[in-house]
Design a protein around this ligand. Structure first.
Ligand SMILES: [Zn+2]
Length: 130
C-alpha cells in the first residue's frame, strides 16, 4: 500500500515543498489569510444586518463586524433602533421681544422705534416721559 501522490506534500525528502500559491522566497500562508478574510466577511454580515435593520449604515457595520466580529455583534444587538425623528411640534410661543438697536426706544404712544434721546415722538408727536 502506497501513499497517494499528494501534490505539494512530502516531496524532496520530507521537506515541505512549495505550495501552489507560494511564489518565491519564503512560505506565506496566503490561502489561509484569504480563508480568514472570507470568514470574517461572512461573520461581519451578521452585525451588519442587525445594525441595518436598526437604521444604521450597512457598509460601515460590515467593515466593523469583519474586523471586530464579537464586539460588533454585541454592539449591534445593544444599540437602540433609530427612532423616527419626532414630528416638529408647533409650539405657540410668544415671539420674544426683539432686542432694540442701541440708542433707540419705542414710543410710549404709537410703539414706533425712535431715538432713545427723543422727548417727542417724530411720528405721533407724543411726549416721551421716560
Ligand atoms: Zn409715537
Amino acid at each position: 500500500m502506497s501513499l497517494p501522490n499528494l501534490p505539494g506534500m512530502y516531496q524532496s525528502g520530507g521537506e515541505f515543498a512549495e505550495s501552489r500559491y507560494n511564489v518565491g522566497m519564503k512560505p506565506f500562508p496566503q490561502d489561509q489569510l484569504l480563508q480568514i478574510w472570507a470568514m470574517a466577511s461572512v461573520l461581519g454580515l451578521i452585525p451588519a444586518v442587525i445594525a441595518y435593520r436598526k437604521g444604521r449604515s450597512f457598509g460601515l457595520w460590515w467593515i466593523y463586524g469583519s474586523m471586530l466580529f464579537i464586539v460588533a455583534l454585541f454592539h449591534s444587538l445593544l444599540i437602540k433602533p433609530k427612532a423616527q425623528p419626532p414630528p416638529l411640534v408647533q409650539e405657540n410661543i410668544e415671539p420674544a421681544e426683539p432686542v432694540l438697536p442701541e440708542g433707540t426706544k419705542r414710543c410710549e404712544h404709537c410703539g414706533q422705534l425712535i431715538d432713545a434721546l427723543s422727548i417727542r415722538c417724530p411720528v405721533c408727536k407724543g411726549e416721551q416721559t421716560a
